[in-house]
Design a protein around this ligand. Structure first.
Ligand code: ADP
Length: 595
């Protein structure tokens, strides 16, 4: 859709009408009624007023004719206004409806975009621009309303211009020229807004981040302990200052244009009265036509202005909306295949072949030349010091990022060739920095899929959390954290880890990965967790990561990561006897916990 050959405004307009057609078709015929009623309103006066004045100023007055004309004018005006108002109020109800739909679509896409883009500054800016753009555009309703207002005013304009050409063509010229000048001034004002939009979006993103950190109580501990409040306040003050400087700058730039706009408006009114007064005084038009022309001039002015403003408004709004389209069409960072993953019952073999990787936006090679094979049902322990590249190895395996060189194979096929969603289903991972959501305990396990309360309790029991959950105020329905419920709870680190493990078990994927979710525990407690988990996932392929040796005893193979590559690989017995080996050294240092 983000097609360079079609202008952003046109693309946005097409996008909005597609949204309307998809979600609320009835909006279109109702808008058509509004267009016709709105366009007809001024003609009640333009048609009946000169007849009425002429009848009233005629030497012989026909009272019934006068009353009929007056009543026709008033009744038709009231009727058209009533239709227009009712329909407008009805259509306004759609404003939030479309905004919510667009907001939902953006949120959906935020969760679907390639993970690697979540660290990409341009992509993050584009998400913010899309959200701001959607709000500032007013959504599909405001853009469609603008379009229909232009249409309605165009009908009025042609009607009025026809009446005016017949009676006072020069007036058409005067009003036309001065309105063109007003339009030019407004275009300049809009240009200022749109040019500065990117900067404003950037300020808002930083400002939003700082405010969010200040309000999010999970950061409260660190903020207090490290006395970071001063720094946070200063950062937010800096952004407030940037924001106020921004608006000051915009207002300064617009000020001379505003003055010019008011002057042009005054000149236009003056010219209209002067010209029509001249025609009336010199007897070239009757008083009836004088009032008709005055009314037509008002309508012409109003509708031409409404068209010009409407076009400018729609260009501005669709410029904002275009940011949504750009986000919807954000180029994927990863190649995605279509190949189906083979049946899990046969198991899967995983292989890293000479894999190297550097994080996007960084020039440090984090993994180099990593080669390893993992048979179905095998348990692999990945050990190494912090920063050795263990988590990165897992992120690549789970396709959160793509390798730079080398390849990762699943059952002998490059993982890029598989259907992404299907491939992701192969893994249950508890990451080191897992996060629980501020939803109920049960929701944190099922993440939205239907499950019976008994099955959920069984999982809590399996991970040794059932008693703790039963003691919570609302049991499994108790909310985590206090953002949305004052009875929400903050579980201990260990309890949260068990929840994360229960979530991983619930997914029941053929490959399970524990990435140091136990780093906060002492080595013996960590060993216990790995041991229990190992019993639970019996028979599945498993990868356990730690900077300690907790999991090595019950794994068939151990891969020792150091400086971004696998320095040692083998069984515990092989590695522990290796001379000057890293593993042997680690074992010596930590042996007291595991022997
Ligand atoms: P480990 O799990 O062994 O502690 P990681 O795989 O987390 O190590 O990290 C390996 C290296 O990659 C470290 O130097 C770390 O700073 C760097 N790194 C990790 N994540 C990112 C990232 N998102 N962007 C850039 N560098 C990263």
């Amino acid at each position: 859709m983000a097609d360079k050959k079609i202008s952003p405004s046109k693309q946005s307009l097409i996008y909005c009408f597609k949204q309307i057609w998809k979600y609320r078709k009835s909006y279109l015929p109702i808008s058509a009624i509004n267009v016709i009623a709105g366009a007809a309103i001024p003609f009640a006066e333009i048609i009946f007023l000169p007849l009425l004045i002429n009848a009233m100023t005629a030497p012989e007055k026909d009272l019934r004719y006068i009353i009929t004309l007056a009543a026709s004018m008033v009744v038709s005006q009231i009727l058209l206004q009533a239709i227009n108002s009712c329909v407008t109020v009805h259509l306004e109800k759609s404003a939030d409806f479309f905004l919510n739909i667009e907001s939902e679509e953006i949120s959906q896409l935020c969760m679907d975009i390639d993970f690697t883009l979540t660290e990409n500054k341009d992509a993050l800016d584009q998400i913010k621009k899309a959200r701001d753009g959607m709000n500032w555009s007013g959504g599909a309703h405001e853009i469609a309303k603008g379009f229909f207002t232009i249409l309605s005013n165009a009908i009025k304009l042609f009607g009025v211009a026809a009446v005016m050409i017949a009676n006072a063509p020069v007036l058409l010229l005067i009003i036309g020229i001065l309105l063109a000048v007003s339009a030019f001034i407004n275009a300049k004002k809009n240009e200022i807004d749109i040019k500065n939009f990117a900067e404003l979006s950037n300020i808002n993103r930083i400002f939003g981040y700082v405010c969010w950190q200040m309000e999010d109580f999970r950061y409260g501990k660190d903020i207090r302990l490290y006395s970071a409040a001063g720094m946070m306040i200063e950062k937010s003050a800096q952004q407030i200052k940037r924001l106020s400087d921004y608006w000051q700058n915009i207002n300064d730039k617009k000020y001379p244009l505003n003055v010019l706009d008011i002057t042009v408006g005054a000149l236009r009114d003056f010219g209209t009265y002067l010209y029509l007064g001249f025609l009336a005084i010199t007897g070239r038009i009757t008083i009836g036509v004088f009032s008709q022309m005055l009314s037509a001039a008002g309508t012409l002015h109003a509708s031409l202005q409404a068209i010009i403003m409407g076009v400018q408004d729609i260009v501005k709004r669709s410029g904002y909306m275009y940011e949504v389209i750009k986000f919807m069409e954000y180029p994927p960072a990863m190649e995605k295949g279509t190949k189906k993953v083979a049946d899990n019952s046969k198991g899967h073999e995983i292989e890293f072949r000479n894999v190297s990787f550097t994080y996007p936006g960084s020039d440090v090679k984090v993994l180099h030349d990593v080669s390893i094979k993992l048979r179905s049902g095998e348990r692999l322990s990945v050990v190494g010091l912090n920063g050795a590249g263990k988590t990165t190895f897992i992120k690549l395996l789970c396709r959160l990022y793509d390798v730079d060189s080398g390849e990762i194979l699943l059952d002998g096929v490059n993982i890029r060739e598989y259907d992404y969603e299907e491939y992701m289903k192969l893994f249950s991972v508890v990451f080191q920095d897992f996060r629980l959501l501020a939803f109920s305990a049960a929701d944190n396990i099922t993440l939205g899929s239907e499950e019976s309360p008994e099955a959920i309790d069984k999982l809590f029991e399996t991970v040794g959390l059932l008693d703790d959950i039963n003691e919570l105020p609302k049991g499994r329905d108790t909310m985590m954290f206090k953002q949305f419920d004052k009875e929400g709870v903050e579980l201990s680190g260990g309890q949260q880890q068990k929840m994360a493990i229960a979530r991983a078990l619930y997914k029941n994927a053929p490959v399970v990965i524990l990435d140091e979710p136990t780093a906060a525990l002492d080595p013996v407690a960590e060993y216990e967790i790995y041991r229990q988990f190992n019993d639970l996932v019996h028979g599945k392929t498993a990868v356990y990561i730690s900077h300690r040796l907790s999991s090595c005893k019950f794994c068939e193979h151990i891969a020792v990561f150091s400086e971004g590559t696998i320095k040692e690989y083998g069984t515990h017995d092989e590695l522990v006897h290796k001379r000057d080996g890293i593993y042997a050294e680690m074992f010596k240092a930590q042996a007291q916990y595991y022997v």
